[in-house]
Design a protein around this ligand. Structure first.
Ligand SMILES: NC(=O)C1=CN([C@@H]2O[C@H](COP(=O)(O)OP(=O)(O)OC[C@H]3O[C@@H](n4cnc5c(N)ncnc54)[C@H](OP(=O)(O)O)[C@@H]3O)[C@@H](O)[C@H]2O)C=CC1
Ligand SMILES: N[C@@H](CC=O)C(=O)O
Length: 400
């Protein structure tokens, strides 16, 4: 325990306060010198003189060597993190949208300024997946990474599926518990899971996709009919981000609801818990499980990053630097369940190899194959309450 870490903390909400609670339980030779917040009128649990609304008070303080960024504004976070890294301060962040959107630029800034940006808390809360991908699997050939990466949507699915709670009540609970993003469409629409997937894929495959180029559909259009279908067939519906190698060094990334059976590790991942399944060539299947949201679980991952800075830990982005030449592709076939009302969607999506169909006045669905590129091209057709799409039994057998 050598270098003293003098911290400038941005954000004192769910995660910021969770981190502070944890730090106070231990003697860690670190000090939170100043905390930047947005609203000076809010009542705080710590002395008033610790707080500021002026970012430059922290960024220009030469004693502060570590910035911990835990705010709910990705654009402001980007400016703060960039300025901090360029001024020689190391940064820990839990902001997945900000990291995923600017990862390539941050990679170069870290290299140029010799500073470190760590973000374990940004991906699956308390689960140490980034450091494992970076260090443990650095020489492994990874077939796929998939899982449950969003606590709020999983909480809603658990409550609607097992407790028959209505969607709006379950969402409100996830918000009240501090799991949901400020704009919950990020959670239920699969955006938050996508940002996390993009970050994980950069460490797993060395790809740095623009999140806008990754397809995501969430659970916002889930209806009681879909739940009834799933229950009758012994499925649970989970929101599953997937990164998968296929064909000739191609990688596909997408976020879709998925019908899963009891033999899948994700079947019993409930509430705000997350799960990550890594399928590797030699290690085979491994499963990580833990709380994916909440102040203390996320605060514990943030603290682990802070203390890693003591020994000057940096991500090396080994897979990116070894340039394995993976190409991102949406030219990938998925097997899907599609609930619809307007029959024309089937031809527009070029749905093929139909194995099951059902029509009734108030519920129609089909099961068949569709290319991810077609889903992307027709995303507007899928984004309404009359349509729900979920992947069903498709993980392709990997090829060595
Ligand atoms: N909640 C969770 O379970 C998890 C959250 N995250 C991520 O962690 C980050 C923080 O989330 P969370 O704690 O839930 O958010 P909250 O909404 O609970 O808190 C946000 C904090 O940021 C402050 N803030 C907002 N804008 C600024 C600004 N420009 N300058 C300084 N402070 C600002 C707010 O100030 P004020 O108090 O004055 O309003 C507040 O203290 C987000 O990126 C989120 O995605 C990651 C993993 C889990
Ligand atoms: N809103 C997120 C918070 C953690 O990343 C979630 O619900 O998972």
């Amino acid at each position: 325990m050598s270098t003293k870490l003098t911290i400038g903390l941005f954000g004192f909400g769910v995660v910021g306060q969770g981190l502070n609670d944890i730090i106070r339980t231990k003697d860690l030779n670190l000090e939170i010198k100043k905390i930047a917040i947005k609203n000076p009128e809010k009542k705080r649990s710590l002395p008033e003189e610790l707080f500021t609304t002026d970012a430059s008070v922290i960024l220009n303080d030469p004693e502060i060597n570590t910035i911990v960024e835990l705010i709910n504004d990705a654009d402001a976070a980007y400016s703060i993190v960039k300025a901090a890294l360029k001024s020689g301060k190391n940064v820990v962040s839990a902001n997945k949208k900000m990291v995923a959107t600017h990862l390539e630029e941050f990679l170069h800034i870290q290299e140029q300024y010799g500073t470190s940006l760590l973000y374990e808390g940004a991906v699956c809360g308390s689960i140490p997946i980034i450091r494992n991908l970076e260090e443990y699997y650095d020489n492994e050939l990874l077939y796929s990474i998939r899982g449950i990466f969003n606590g709020s949507s999983n909480y809603i699915l658990s409550k609607t599926f097992t407790e028959n709670l209505d969607y709006a009540t379950a969402l409100k609970q996830a918000q009240d518990l501090g799991f949901a993003e400020t704009d919950p469409i990020l959670d239920v629409g699969g955006f938050d899971a996508k940002y996390k997937l993009v970050i994980a894929a950069s460490h797993a495959y060395g790809v740095l996709p623009n999140p806008d180029d990754v397809f995501n559909i969430g659970i916002q259009n889930l209806s009681s009919k879909d739940i009834q279908y799933a229950k009758e067939k012994n499925y649970k519906i989970k929101l599953v981000p997937t990164a998968l190698e296929f064909g000739e060094r191609q990688v596909v990334l997408y976020v879709l609801p998925k019908m899963i059976k009891a033999d899948d590790f994700l079947f019993n991942v409930e509430n705000e818990y997350n799960g990550v399944i890594v399928q590797a060539a030699f290690a085979d299947q491994q499963f990580f499980f833990g709380k994916g949201a909440g102040g203390h679980p996320t605060g514990s991952a943030v603290l682990s990053d802070i203390t890693a800075l003591r020994y000057e830990y940096k991500y090396e982005y080994k897979k990116y630097r070894s340039n394995k030449g993976f190409i991102l592709s949406n030219d990938y076939q998925l097997n899907v369940y599609l609930r619809y009302t307007d029959e024309s969607i089937l031809s527009k999506l070029k749905l093929s190899e139909v194995t099951e169909r059902f029509y009734s006045p108030d519920f129609s669905y089909v099961i068949g194959k569709v290319a991810l590129s077609e889903l992307f091209a027709n995303a507007d057709l899928l984004d309404n309450k009359h349509t729900f799409i979920a992947e069903i039994n498709t993980l392709a057998t990997p090829t060595i």
